[in-house]
Design a protein around this ligand. Structure first.
Ligand SMILES: Cc1ncc(COP(=O)(O)O)c(C=O)c1O
Length: 409
């Protein structure tokens, strides 16, 4: 069984050696973006150092870019656990990919059609659907999450889905409060009603195993900068559906295949980094076998580490801190904790922690529906995120700072 060696992992991440005023930085802002290992930096700079060319040339450097692109598709296919007929394509980020997907899916919608969104989602999986609904006259159905249990109840989702539902848009996990959603259950509900489902795996990707083949969702979107890679988005989904849909593309671009969805020239250096990021995850595993099998083993170990850190964190919190999220079953959430401390605004707490070299996020992190549901639209909450490179000592340092601040409130 693979067990993470956090100190060995940490030596691979140069940014973890960053200091501020002589104090080592503790990075708890992973839900906003992870740091990258040396192998990713080397892959990106290696591509640029060797010299990159655009696709379609009669020379080796051009063919190298094509193979860099194909390697990244196959790396993401392994990370997502795709089906044989799925396509993987890339774009600037998840938000841009979802806007283009929603626009294509809604091309034949009209009044009476419905789209289902949840209040647990990041706005990147809400606003694209609000926009196409406004453009086509379709109706938006909202699914709340339970603000006492912090879970997304599938019964509530089932109530919102009906015979006119065209798309269910749901997150794999909340980037604000960490709740993991039963996306396989959500997919069954969508498919039973004849609807498609779009899963936002941006937050979930560094924390748990994505398994499109098992979940059977139609589309899934993620961003490499959350899973130790560069700033680039990836989308996977049923090839047949992508073929049927009308992509907004320029005439000379491929009319078929995943390339049909990739507008303009891709960031080949970032694609080289994507493959290295997926390999980094696979290499966390001690297992023999193919990359997908290694990813499966690695993610199980990542999850163990997350539960361990989450327990350490929750057990050590000072009294005036309130956690907004699941605390009774740490396997049902990612190690992303939204908190509030009596006497502190979210910004003041984040600033005090930053002064101590501790990086956390504050505000709504674009999960504005989560914050309104929790009655925290004004100022939001402080978000603390752990990743596989988070060390016990960093969690202890954070807890000490919170205790010290609680004493000064
Ligand atoms: C859950 C979730 N979905 C979507 C996004 C948007 O991703 P991108 O920045 O790649 O557009 C984020 C970014 O924080 C996120 O956390």
């Amino acid at each position: 069984m693979t067990v993470l060696n956090t100190s060995a992992i940490r030596t691979d991440f140069p940014a973890l050696r960053r200091t501020e005023n002589g104090i080592p930085v503790a990075w708890f802002d992973g839900p906003g973006g992870s740091q990258v290992p040396q192998s990713v930096i080397a892959a990106i700079s290696g591509f640029l150092t060797r010299g990159g060319s655009n696709h379609g040339g009669a020379f080796t450097a051009s063919r190298d870019s094509e193979s860099t692109h194909e390697e990244a598709r196959s790396a993401v296919a392994d990370l997502f656990g795709v089906r044989d007929d799925d396509y993987v394509h890339f774009g600037m980020n998840m938000t841009s990919l979802n806007f283009s997907l929603s626009r294509a899916l809604a091309a034949d919608w009209g009044p009476g059609d419905e789209v289902v969104v949840t209040r647990l989602d990041h706005d990147a999986n809400i606003s694209p659907w609000l926009r196409v609904a406004a453009d086509t006259g379709a109706t938006v159905r909202w699914v709340p999450f339970n603000t006492s249990t912090y879970r997304l109840d599938l019964d509530r989702l089932a109530e919102a889905v009906g015979p006119r539902t065209r798309v269910v848009a749901v997150t794999h996990a909340s980037n604000a409060i960490g709740t993991i959603v039963d996306v396989a259950g959500a997919t069954r509900i969508a498919h039973d009603a004849g609807a498609l489902i779009v899963v936002d795996a941006v937050h979930y990707a560094p924390h748990g195993l994505i398994d499109m083949a098992a979940v059977d969702c139609d589309f899934l979107v993620a961003s490499a900068y959350k899973f130790f890679g560069p700033h680039i988005g990836a989308m996977a989904g049923r090839g047949q559906l992508f073929e049927k849909l009308d992509a907004y593309r320029v005439r000379p671009a491929p009319a078929t295949g995943p390339g049909k969805w990739e507008t303009g020239t891709q960031s080949f250096e970032a694609l080289a980094g994507v493959t290295a990021a997926v390999d980094h995850i696979a290499n966390l595993s001690d297992e023999d076998g193919g990359r997908r099998e290694q990813i499966v083993a690695a993610m199980a170990a990542v999850k163990e580490h997350a539960v361990h850190l989450g327990r350490r964190f929750l057990d050590g919190l000072p009294e005036p801190v309130t956690v907004f999220g699941i605390t009774d079953d740490l396997t049902a959430r990612t190690p992303t904790f939204a908190i509030e401390m009596e006497g502190f605004s979210a910004r003041r707490l984040a600033t005090e922690l930053a002064d101590r070299g501790i990086y956390v996020t504050d505000g709504d992190y674009y999960a504005m529906e989560v914050m309104s549901s929790l009655d925290r639209a004004d100022g939001g909450l402080v978000r603390i995120g752990f990743l596989h490179y988070t060390a016990d000592e960093e969690v202890d340092r954070l807890l000490e700072a919170l205790h010290e601040l609680a004493g000064n409130a």
